[in-house]
Write a protein that binds this ligand. Sequence first.
Ligand SMILES: [Zn+2]
Ligand SMILES: [Zn+2]
Length: 218
Amino acid sequence: MITKIADGIYARKIIVAGEPWPLTTYLWITKNHNLYLDAGLGENALLELSEYADPSKKNTLVYSHYHFDHVWGGHALKDPEILAHRRFLDHQVHLEKDRLNLIRFAEGKNEIALPTRYIDDDLDFDDELRILYAPGHTDDGLMVYHKTLHILFMGDVAADEGRDLPELAGSVDSYLATLKKLEGLRIKQILCSHRDPEDANYLNILVENAYILRKNCQ
Ligand SMILES: [Zn+2]
Ligand SMILES: [Zn+2]
C-alpha cells in the first residue's frame, strides 16, 4: 500500500508474510531528485513507487545499510545514482549469500544494483538534503534529513515495531553517538523502515532505551 505522507513524500508499506515486521520503502520527490530510500525486497517496491515519481528528475537511490530487506531490486530504476556508505563494500559477501538463501522473501526479481557512489561521512546532498552517517545497527548505516520539510528517515536506526531498540552490531556508545548527532535538528516527523512514522519525541525514547541497555550491560 502506498500512502502520501507529505507533499512529494510517499511510503510503500508491506506486511512480510510469516514475519512480525512490516517493511516501508520511501520515495521523496525533491527539487532535483526522485529520491528512493531503500530498495525493499525486490523490484516491486521501486516499480510501484516510481509510478509517483517525476520523470523530469534524476533517479537517486540511497541504501540505508546492507541488510537484504533494504537492497533488493535497485535494477528496477532507470539509470539511478546509488549512494551507500563506504563500509557497505565490506558486506558484499553477505549480499549475494542473502540474495540466494532468503529468496523466499523476494517481491519480484531480487537483483542487487551496486552503489555508484560511496559516502565516508555526513554530506549535504543537493540543497534540501543532508545524509548522515549512522553507525550502530550496522557499521554502514545512513540516515537522510530533509532540511525544508524537517523529515528524518532513520531506516533501521529506529527499532522494529514492538521493540525498544534495533539490533546493534556495534557498541551501544556508537549507537548513542548516532542519536546525539540528531539533537540540533528540527524534526517534525521520523520515518522508519519497520515501524510507522514517529514524531521527534521518539528520539528521546530511543536515547533512554539505549542508556538502559548500556547500564544493563555493565
Ligand atoms: Zn537492518
Ligand atoms: Zn531492515
